[in-house]
Write a protein that binds this ligand. Sequence first.
Ligand code: SF4
Length: 468
Amino acid sequence: MKALRDWSVRHADALSALNRLAAPAARALGPMVRRFGAQRVATCLAPVERAAKSALFDCRMCGQCTLSVTGMSCPMGCAKQMRNGPCGGVRADGGCEVRPAQRCVWLDATEGDARIEPGHTPTWTQRVPALDHRRGGQSSWIRIFAPPEPGTVSAPAPVSTHGEASGAFEGACRDGRFVVTVEIAPPDSADPRPLLDRARRFAGLVDAINITDGAGGNCHMSSVAAASVLAGAGITAVCQVGCRDRNRIAVQGDVLGAAALGVRNVLCLTGDDVSQGDHPEARPVFDLDAVNLLHILRGMRDHGVYASGRSLEVPPRLFLGATANPFVPPHAERVANLERKVGAGAQFIQTQFCFDLALFEAFMREVRARELHRRCTIIVGVGTLGSAKALRWMAEHVPGVHVPRSVTERIAAADDPRAEGRRVCVETIRALRSIEGVAGVHLMGHKNEDSLARTIVEAGLRPAAAAA
Ligand code: SF4
């Protein structure tokens, strides 16, 4: 079976051409199908379609086939149900973050797509909508024979405050000055005071503080609550919102609630798998991917509607962000992935840890060629780690982190690995500042606030006097 599926991806161009040739003939049969009853024909077609597509494409009959825009590789084989390109956790050898023995289906999709039309096609950059789970098990072929009547519902009118900065962080991004953000994991506590103490360590040093959302599949205080605590204390927060733990109903309600509590900045993520966290037995949700989450939140903000189309009384004012990981395969697809997120509404981007400047520069060349740096604020992830052992652990256990051996060896050989780690970070920040299109840095380091604050000053990002 696997050999047949590999054959399909290898012959994606021929299968796509066949599909294009067969479509007009199928459409010509449309009136006959309608006379007979489209539903009756769909019921007869479904088992045939299931057998053929299961053998050729490992099809799971989602009822919303995307094979023609995913290089004849079925995305339903993706453990996170990504509909719009790979997650940031693809392993260096191309293995899946969740099922390491399996190749990431999006690597196949990228290769198949390149065969259909070399150099990503316009269809590749278009957003694939979130799954309608009611259509599972139904035929997709019926839509070729008898396409649904075009809807008569018009798009809701914009109600946006777009154009008006929604807060201090958006203002900083629009000013064009070099932005600095830092990441804090929320506490394992019902007491907000330690969180506030850690956040206040960065007063005067950063433009915003990211609050992670169950990062690595570990349970902490919710990001919505922690970001609201900061907002209530006058500290600008970026609330990270992942798709792993909530379906589209819960996530929209949470973002609306966060906005009501003063949180303006939302970073949309698909989320890490649960297997590396402290609840590996938990059931992941992945009802949406980050691209569809962005699109839905933009709809709430700009059109005042939920994903269902139902109206909101008062839309949230949001500054929307997304992540990018230029450091993992498929490298050629990473800029297209960024473009899809920007197209879906991302106004700022925060990347995974940058330890490999050469890879990042190659990514930025392509970003500039597509002028994406003019459409969003690109903030690059950096961090300090106290030892080579910690770096190795992170490279092996944190999905999507790439650490070149030269960096680990340099820190391992140093007399004071902690100071050397900081020096590497400072050098990286200085190099990033000289890359056209880089608008800021995002500092990460688990419970490492003092070192991060020191790095900000040593890199010359903010004067020491700015720190409270
Ligand atoms: S690596 Fe990520 S995108 Fe690729 S198949 Fe696995 S979960 Fe899906």
